[in-house]
Design a protein around this ligand. Structure first.
Ligand SMILES: Nc1ncnc2c1ncn2[C@@H]1O[C@H](COP(=O)(O)OP(=O)(O)O)[C@@H](O)[C@H]1O
Ligand SMILES: [Mg+2]
Length: 374
């Protein structure tokens, strides 16, 4: 019996090549944070079929999705990064100035494809394939009044987008192997992210029978299958992102029923000083304020710099503890890359850190007198 294809879409991409790229697996000796980080590699992330990268806006979802895609392709997984927003962000990061990946998709590295799901194109293709001809559907969907009506209608975008992800997960190459081993979804920011994944459940509670309910059921089963789908929350070691991550995980588990096995804490500041210079602030403060240090600024300026760097680092460590306490999940820390992610090797550093063994939350909890008030 053939598998039902509720959201068929054509895939005009070239077939993925599973050539492992040369991928540096050496780890930076000085990991930026002092909460115990291992350099042990953990490839369990790459055994999933779908990883949904979510979190507050600006925390690094696109960065993590891209780095994860690179890491997976480097380990020989045929990988697809799916963008769901109105603008592409992954393609410019991997191929600055290059053409957009669009709905048809592009292979940007051997074995690494990117595509952007445009819900209007997905719905047009879906209905067109149901009718056996796409032309009239495109014409109808180009009608401005209808587009405005659809613009205001809730839920269909999320459902058709998840439907296409479902279809991509089911797609086979001519050899009969899955077209993609891993699909990484650069999901909408927190808030939107929850409703994005919750729509199939909501649709089924409203519509109990018929093709819509059936299709929503297929998508929901995929999202809730812990062997296939994982939510990967990304946050920063800061107050609001830490709290929102706690809420996101609670709602995702309770309402959506999706598996979450770790939290990524992005852009951790480097430990500013080696251990033997940890008291440099006090030592500088003892110097006469006008002492001539040749090319260096005066001691009070250096004291202020040292104090800023150490307190910034201490604050980040505190919030790592807060994330650990609020989520109770293992943590994966990613370094803040000085100078931005477009410089050579920057994304590789993120990829390497993403594939390290997650750290137990107990080792990063805030001090007892520092507990979080929920
Ligand atoms: N680890 C990092 N080190 C340095 N800059 C980073 C890091 N992660 C993200 N950024 C930068 O922060 C900004 C937001 O990251 P992005 O991945 O676009 O977030 P999101 O997709 O969640 O909105 C971008 O300019 C990105 O280059
Ligand atoms: Mg983004």
């Amino acid at each position: 019996m053939s598998v039902p294809m509720p959201f068929p879409v054509s895939l005009p991409m070239s077939l993925p090549v599973s050539l492992p790229m040369s991928f540096p697996m050496s780890f930076p000796m000085s990991f930026p944070m002092s909460f115990p980080m291992t350099t042990e590699i953990d490839l369990s992330l790459l055994s999933r079929r779908i990883i949904i990268v979510s979190g507050k806006g600006g925390t690094g979802k696109t960065t993590v999705s891209t780095a994860l895609g690179l890491a997976a392709a480097a380990h020989g997984r045929r990988t697809l990064i799916v963008e769901v927003g109105p603008t592409e962000h992954v393609t410019p990061l991997l191929d600055p100035g290059g053409p957009a990946a669009g709905y048809a998709g592009r292979e940007l590295r051997p074995g690494l494809h990117v595509l952007r799901i445009d819900p209007f194109l997905a719905v047009s293709e879906y209905i067109g394939l149901q009718l056996g001809s796409r032309g009239p559907v495109d014409l109808v969907l180009r009608n401005r009044a209808l587009r405005q009506l659809l613009d205001g209608a809730p839920g269909w975008r999320e459902l058709i987008t998840l439907g296409k992800i479902w279809y991509l997960e089911q797609s086979l190459s001519p050899s009969g192997a899955p077209l993609f081993d891993l699909i990484v979804v650069d999901a909408p920011a927190t808030g939107h992210g929850v409703s994005f994944l919750d729509v199939p459940r909501v649709v089924q509670s409203a519509v109990r029978a018929g093709p819509l309910a059936r299709n929503a059921g297929l998508v929901e089963r995929l999202v809730r299958d812990p062997d296939k789908t994982l939510l990967l929350p990304v946050c920063l070691a800061e107050d609001l992102p830490a709290r929102e991550t706690g809420e996101l995980i609670e709602r995702m588990r309770d309402r959506v029923g999706i598996a979450v096995d770790r939290v990524v804490i992005n852009a951790l500041p480097a430990r500013p000083l080696p251990d033997d210079l940890s008291d440099i602030g006090e030592r500088l403060a003892e110097l006469p304020p006008t002492l001539d240090l040749c090319v260096l600024p005066e001691p009070p300026v250096l004291t202020a710099c040292a104090s800023y760097l150490t307190s910034r680092h201490a604050l980040a460590e505190h919030y790592v503890g807060v994330v650990a306490e609020l989520t109770g999940l293992p943590l994966v820390g990613l370094p803040f890359v000085m100078g931005g992610l477009r410089q050579p090797g920057a994304l590789d550093r993120i990829s390497e850190a993403l594939l390290t063994q997650p750290q137990s939350p107990d080792e990063a909890e805030p001090a007892a007198n520092d507990r979080v008030h929920r």
